[in-house]
Design a protein around this ligand. Structure first.
Ligand SMILES: Cc1cc2nc3c(=O)[nH]c(=O)nc-3n(C[C@H](O)[C@H](O)[C@H](O)COP(=O)(O)OP(=O)(O)OC[C@H]3O[C@@H](n4cnc5c(N)ncnc54)[C@H](O)[C@@H]3O)c2cc1C
Length: 388
């Protein structure tokens, strides 16, 4: 067992850090407070080879590993936390599911532009009545000649105000096996995008309404029975979420540690007070433990896809550590940490959201418990009870 990066990984990390310092450091603060997708950063990252790290070379990616993409998130976030979202977009999010299952024709239409940072894809999975219980989704896709007619509503989709295409989970028929997905282009007749709403992080999302929206059959990404494949790819998205949680927690921790080393009160630096030393010792332990779980999940992949259990453990650990570190960092920096002059409060707000997004902490603990007891725990009431 080896806990150190290889020489190639060290070189890769160094190159990204230099790129981030040169191109992303200067505007890190205003960028974090701009809710819209940073297309300028996406184009720079494309030129640097940071888009499609884990996507096959034949599809315009770099054919690298998930661990490489995790390293990219860490190095970028250490300089510009907001830009880590672009690494997520280009490597872990719906783009990865798309690259995994799209037809050659679909890839030709959209993948090149997505990887070049010319357009964004957004995931339409959650619905007003189907959040954690995602398989309750009701958005329907009914075949009609050469098209599917889509009806339903999606909520909370990241990047939806800016996206040109949407990967929409739909129901072709009843039950788990009735679920699959289609690609819907902005501007398609019957597809309305609501006004932007705000998360606590200041990121924006729009409600997506489909009313007799005719989507060409050629836009089907996964037909009936595609749900399990979608969730297998979604574990990649979860690792990107985990990596950003921890990276933003580390960013806040680093800033607070530097502050505690220099800020003086009662005639001595803050770091000389034991109350703060123990805070930082706890933070360091949480950081290191979550980091190892993240690296394990990112390394133990099967054909590029991480295990559901290791991903669940890593995500809970990173979500909790990231938020707790950022939260404590705000405290250790006093009013300055709470103010928007630094990105510490931003990291805290962002990390809070990842405890809910991409499989909430509670839902992932349910998954972990199933592994512990080696049995499935149905979250739904028994059928007779549900019918009452
Ligand atoms: C920052 C952010 C970005 C997001 N981006 C996207 C996106 O791009 N695309 C998209 O489709 N969706 C997105 N979402 C939505 C996200 O997927 C849902 O918020 C998530 O699935 C939870 O659903 P819900 O919010 O409806 O909460 P609910 O499912 O209503 O849950 C409410 C609370 O109850 C808990 N709970 C529910 N069921 C159980 C259970 N069985 N056991 C224990 N606890 C339970 C939950 O953990 C939660 O704490 C995003 C959300 C956030 C916060």
């Amino acid at each position: 067992m080896n806990f150190a990066f290889t020489d190639e990984q060290k070189m890769f990390a160094d190159e990204i850090r230099k790129f981030a310092l040169k191109h992303l450091a200067k505007d890190a603060l205003p960028r974090a407070h701009d809710p819209r997708f940073p297309f300028d950063v996406a184009k720079l990252m494309h030129a640097q080879g940071l888009m499609g790290i884990t996507i096959a070379q034949a599809d315009g990616g770099a054919g690298g590993t998930l661990m490489d993409a995790v390293i990219a998130i860490e190095q970028v976030a250490a300089v510009c936390p907001r830009s880590a979202d672009v690494v997520q977009f280009g490597n872990f999010g719906p783009i990865r599911t798309f690259a995994e299952y799209a037809t050659a024709e679909q890839k030709k239409l959209w993948l090149t532009d997505l990887l070049a940072g010319n357009m964004v894809i957004s995931l339409g999975m959650s619905e007003p009545e189907a959040g954690s219980a995602v398989t309750d989704l009701a958005t329907s896709a009914r075949p009609d000649g050469s098209h599917y007619v889509v009806n339903g509503t999606k909520v909370f989709s990241t990047f939806s105000p800016d996206a040109a295409i949407f990967l929409v989970y739909v129901r072709y028929g009843p039950g788990l096996n009735g679920i699959g997905s289609v690609i819907v282009e902005r501007g398609t007749k019957g597809f309305t995008i609501g006004p932007p709403q705000r998360f606590m992080s200041a990121e924006e999302w729009s409600e997506l309404h489909f009313e007799n929206c005719r989507v060409p059959a050629a836009n089907v990404l996964l037909g009936p029975g595609g749900f399990k494949k979608q969730i297998a790819s979604f574990n990649v998205e979860r690792l990107g979420n985990s990596a950003r949680s921890l990276a933003l927690g580390r960013y806040a921790y680093d800033k607070a540690r530097d502050y505690a080393s220099t800020r003086r009160q009662f005639g001595r630096p803050l770091c000389e007070f034991q109350g703060l030393q123990w805070k930082f010792a706890d933070m360091a332990m949480k950081l290191e433990a979550a980091q190892l779980l993240l690296y394990r999940a990112a390394t133990n992949t099967d054909r590029g896809l991480p295990s559901a259990y290791e991903t669940a453990v890593a995500k809970v650990a990173c979500n909790q550590a990231g938020f707790e570190l950022a939260h404590e960092a705000v405290q250790a920096m006093g009013a300055l940490g709470y103010s928007s002059q630094t990105l510490v409060e931003y990291c805290m707000r962002r990390c809070r959201g990842w405890m809910i997004a991409g499989g909430s902490i509670e839902m992932l603990k349910n998954r972990i418990a199933e592994h512990v007891f080696d049995r499935r725990f149905d979250q739904r009431p028994p059928k007779a009870e549900a019918a009452e």
